[in-house]
Design a protein around this ligand. Structure first.
Ligand code: TYM
Length: 332
C-alpha cells in the first residue's frame, strides 16, 4: 500500500507557507493514503532552540495540525525524538551518503551562509536524518513544498546507494508530491524571498495564530507594484508580489492560478487586498479558534503524540532490524 510520510519543524511560528505548502495537502491526502506526520524536533535543534520553547512549539504545532483537519485517529501523528529508530537509521545513512552530496545542498548553503565553520555538524548532516525519517517507514510518497525537492532527491540517492551497496532492495525510492498553488509561498515584504519562520519581520508572514485584524493589516501592508492586476498569467512575468498574492488567493480558495487571475483581472491592489484578506480570514479563523481550544488541553495533545509514537515505533522496528542485518551488525 502507498504510504505517506511528511515532516515539519517545530521551530517558531507555524505560518501560511507551511499551511498552504504542506498541511492543507496533508489534510486532503489522509483520505487516500496511510499517512505518518511527524514534528521533527531533532531537525529543529540543528540550530539553537530554547528547550522550554521547543516543547511549547511542538505542542502548538500538533494542535495546529489537528485544528487544520488532520485526524489523529486515522493518521499517525508524533514528534520525532520519541522514536529512536530515526536517529539510528540516520547514523547508518551518514555512512552511506557522501560529503560531496551534502555539500551541494542549497538549504545548507543558505542557512550556513558565510558562517560555515561555526554551524552545527547536525545542520550539515540534516538531509541524512530527513532520509531516515522517510525510509524508516519505507514511505512511497512525500508531500512537500518546492524548497524540499533537493532533499527528496538526496533521499532517493541514499536509498539507491544503500540498496546497491548491500545488494538488497531494502528501500523503495520515494516520490515527492509537490502540489500546484501554494508550493512556494513568498514573503509579504519581498516577493522573491520565501515566507519563513526565521524572517526577522513579522509582517513578512501570516502566522496561523494571527487574528483577523492582524491578517488584514499584514495583507494591507504587503508590498505591491503600481499596476492593476493582469488579465492573464503571462502578465505576472516580472511581478513577483502580484504572482505571490494571486497564488496565495488561489490556494486559499481552491482555485488554480489561471482561475484566480481571471477572477481578479484588472483589479487595483487596494480592492484585491480586501478580497484576499477575507479569503485568508475565512480559511484561518476556524483553525485559529480550534488551536486556542486545544491549547487549553496539553494532556490531550501529549496523549496523541505518545500514541502516535508507539504506532510509529512498531512500524520502524522491523525496518531497522532489516537494515542492521544487511549492514552486518552482530545481534546475538
Ligand atoms: P519545514 O519545517 O521548513 O516546512 C514544513 C513544510 O512546509 C513547506 N514550506 C513551504 N511551502 C510553501 N511555501 C513556503 N514559504 C514554505 N515554507 C515551508 C515545506 O516545503 C515543508 O513541506 N526538512 C523539512 C522537514 C522534514 C521533512 C522530513 C519533510 C524533516 N524530515 C521528511 C518531509 C519528509 C523542513 O525543514 O520543513
Amino acid at each position: 500500500m502507498d504510504r505517506i510520510f511528511s515532516g515539519i519543524q517545530p521551530s517558531g511560528n507555524l505560518h501560511l507557507g507551511n499551511y498552504l505548502g504542506a498541511m492543507k495537502n496533508w489534510v486532503d491526502l489522509q483520505h487516500d493514503y496511510e499517512c505518518i506526520f511527524c514534528m521533527v524536533d531533532m531537525h529543529a535543534i540543528t540550530v539553537w532552540q530554547d528547550p522550554a520553547e521547543l516543547r511549547a512549539t511542538t505542542r502548538e504545532l500538533a494542535a495546529g495540525m489537528i485544528a487544520a483537519g488532520i485526524d489523529p485517529k486515522k493518521n499517525i501523528l508524533f514528534n520525532q525524538s520519541q522514536v529512536s529508530a530515526h536517529a539510528e537509521l540516520a547514523w547508518v545513512f551518514n555512512c552511506v551518503a557522501r560529503m560531496g552530496w551534502l555539500n551541494r545542498m542549497t538549504q545548507f548553503k543558505e542557512k550556513a551562509g558565510k558562517n560555515r565553520e561555526n554551524v552545527s555538524v547536525g545542520l550539515f548532516a540534516y538531509p541524512c536524518l530527513m532520509a531516515a525519517d522517510i525510509l524508516i517507514y519505507k514511505a512511497t510518497h512525500v508531500p512537500v513544498g518546492e524548497d524540499q525537492k533537493q532533499h527528496l532527491e538526496l533521499t532517493r540517492d541514499v536509498a539507491q546507494k544503500f540498496n546497491n551497496d548491500f545488494g538488497k532492495e531494502v528501500f523503495p525510492l520515494p516520490e515527492p508530491l509537490i502540489f500546484g498553488a501554494g508550493t512556494r509561498v513568498m514573503s509579504l515584504r519581498d516577493g522573491e524571498k520565501k515566507m519563513s519562520k526565521s524572517d526577522p519581520s513579522d509582517y513578512a508572514r501570516i502566522n496561523m495564530t494571527d487574528d483577523a485584524d492582524a491578517i488584514a493589516l499584514k495583507i494591507r501592508k504587503a508590498k505591491t507594484d503600481p499596476n492593476p492586476l493582469p488579465d492573464a498569467v503571462a502578465g505576472l512575468e516580472g511581478r513577483p508580489e502580484a504572482s505571490n498574492l494571486l497564488g496565495i488567493y488561489g490556494a486559499l480558495t481552491g482555485k488554480s492560478l489561471e482561475a484566480a487571475v481571471a477572477e481578479c483581472a484588472g483589479m487595483a491592489f487596494s480592492d484585491f487586498k480586501g478580497r484576499l484578506a477575507d479569503a485568508a480570514v475565512a480559511k484561518l479563523a476556524p483553525i485559529n479558534a480550534e488551536m486556542a481550544r486545544l491549547r487549553q488541553d496539553p494532556a490531550y495533545i501529549d496523549g496523541i503524540l505518545k500514541d502516535g509514537a508507539q504506532k510509529a515505533a512498531a512500524l520502524a522496528k522491523p525496518v531497522l532490524d532489516e537494515v542492521y542485518e544487511a549492514v552486518g551488525f552482530l545481534r546475538p
